[in-house]
Write a protein that binds this ligand. Structure first.
Ligand code: ADP
Ligand code: MG
Length: 311
């Protein structure tokens, strides 16, 4: 199977639907956006041996490569439109490609996000996706918009993916799914456009990602540890292990956001329709840095940092 047969078999699904022109020409062509809207663009790369094992289920790799990108759109409140896929493969393994494309397209279809092009080359297994999304002008949930007095919220539950990494083969299916098949919170991001001020997706751990919001917004934050929603599996781990899993463990892809207290009830009302837990876990304060407070209001040990590839 040559390069072009590979592309047409696994990545070309026929005439473009949402875009003017998709896979097959020198460029894809998108329709110009409606007046009053902007384009949101994000790129995330998954490298075998670093973000996933080369032996990982290919459908999960396809799902996750797109999911982490859609999660970035969700964190800005953007609606997914289209994506490109740059793929390096050690060989044209049909079984792998079938699984990979099926996992990727299942999630793409769920979010009506169209593959419009990409690049395919031989090389160490590497998957790089760029997503494009749409946003009304001025509606983005930017990291630099948090204000002292804001409530701090997080969706879903934290620590499940980190627990799956720690347990490896012994992980339960629920935690395994959190790690392998994260669900990008796109609908939540859209619903928060007019309710939240700042948002970020929790990819590197809550404390570290909240630190990015604080730095960009020039504010501090206080997190109440007892209010942090824990993945069910954490009940089985030792109590002293739970803060590191839930606050510093990455890969959960939940949304962390700040919002004015007057929006509390509107935000709480989203949980039912979205089928998603929304927890108020603290607040934005003047100053700088993230403080986590235990059940008695005492600061908990520092050292819960975000994952840093070059640290
Ligand atoms: P060019 O040589 O003009 O860069 P390519 O030969 O790399 O074009 O690709 C041919 C067509 O296939 C292009 O439309 C490109 O966007 C598309 N394409 C290549 N690889 C992929 C991929 N992995 N997924 C989707 N589309 C792809
Ligand atoms: Mg090319």
């Amino acid at each position: 199977m040559g390069e072009f047969e590979l592309i047409s078999r696994f990545f070309d699904r026929g005439p473009a639907r949402r875009s003017e022109l998709g896979v097959g020409d020198d460029c894809a062509i998108l329709r110009a956006q409606a007046p009053g809207t902007t384009l949101a663009v994000a790129t995330d790369m998954l490298v075998a041996g670093r973000h996933f094992l080369a032996s990982a289920d290919p459908a999960s790799v396809g799902h996750k490569a797109l999911a982490v990108n859609l999660s970035d759109l969700a964190a800005m409140g953007a609606r997914p439109l289209a994506f490109t896929l740059a793929l390096a493969l050690p060989d044209a393994d049909e079984r792998w490609l079938e699984g990979f494309s099926a996992g990727m397209f299942a999630l793409a279809d769920q979010h009506d996000c169209e593959l419009i092009g990409g690049d395919t080359t031989r090389g160490p297994l590497n998957v790089c996706i760029t997503v494009l999304g749409e946003l009304p002008v001025g509606a983005a949930l930017r990291r630099d918009r948090a204000e002292p007095g804001d409530d701090l919220w997080v969706s879903g539950e934290l620590g499940g993916a980190a627990l799956a990494v720690r347990l490896g083969e012994a992980a339960l299916p629920a935690e395994r799914a959190r790690l392998d098949r994260p669900q990008p919170r796109v609908a939540l991001g859209l619903a928060l456009r007019h309710l939240a001020r700042a948002a970020i997706d929790v990819s590197d751990g809550l404390v570290g990602d909240l630190g990015h919001v604080c730095e960009r917004s020039r504010v501090g934050a206080e997190v109440q540890w007892p209010a942090v929603p824990l993945a069910p599996g954490l009940a089985q781990s030792a109590a002293q292990d739970r803060p590191a899993l839930a606050l510093a463990g990455g890969d959960d892809y939940e949304l962390l956001f700040s919002a004015a207290p007057e929006n509390r009830s509107s935000i709480e009302a989203l949980a039912g329709p979205l089928g998603l837990r929304l927890s108020r876990i603290g607040r934005i304060v003047p100053g700088q840095g993230v403080r986590v407070l235990d059940e008695r209001g005492r600061p908990m040990a520092a050292g819960l940092h975000a994952y840093d590839h070059f640290a």
